[in-house]
Design a protein around this ligand. Structure first.
Ligand code: ZN
Length: 159
């Protein structure tokens, strides 16, 4: 298990556009393993390469149905709408409401370079869209329509 430092939103690196992954080698596998360890350790449900300081088009997601690794992903189709709460490992303790597609179809490579297609709905779709945005230097705060206030956060804690 190896944890990496999480890049916070104060770091301008988080705004950079990531480059495609070209080599599906041991170095990539170590990165993917470390990203998963770092995500689980921080109680997150997704993390992108840039968030551990690696500007490559890669992210991992686990919203409770197991870990999926997405390399060089493309979102092929977005449909419907969901409005819900989102946070980010790069903005600890902050949450906002974000409208996302209810369903997405994503195409990506796995750690061996094999392409796969996946349909996701609800929370997994939200996580995929959130992480995908990181690959182009975007964060959820760019598109939130309401950041939760201290009061609202306290209420959530009590629930
Ligand atoms: Zn994030």
């Amino acid at each position: 298990m190896a944890l990496r430092n999480i890049v916070t939103e104060r770091d301008p690196m988080l705004r950079k556009v990531s480059r495609p992954v070209e080599k599906f080698d041991r170095r990539l596998w170590t990165l993917l393993d470390d990203m998963a360890d770092t995500m689980y350790d921080a109680d997150g449900c997704g993390i992108a390469g840039v968030q551990v300081g690696v500007l490559r088009r890669v992210f991992v997601v686990d919203t409770g149905e197991g870990l999926t690794e997405y390399i060089n992903p493309e979102i092929l189709c977005r449909s419907g709408e969901q409005d819900g709460m989102e946070g980010c490992l790069s903005s600890p303790g902050e949450y906002g409401l974000v409208v996302r597609p209810e369903k997405v179809t994503v195409r990506a490579q796995d750690r061996h370079g094999e392409w796969f297609e996946q349909e996701a709905e609800g929370l997994p779709a939200r996580a995929i869209c959130h992480e995908y945005d990181h690959l182009d230097g975007h964060i959820f705060k760019d598109i939130t329509h309401h950041m939760l206030t201290e009061e609202e956060l306290q209420k959530l804690d009590e629930e």
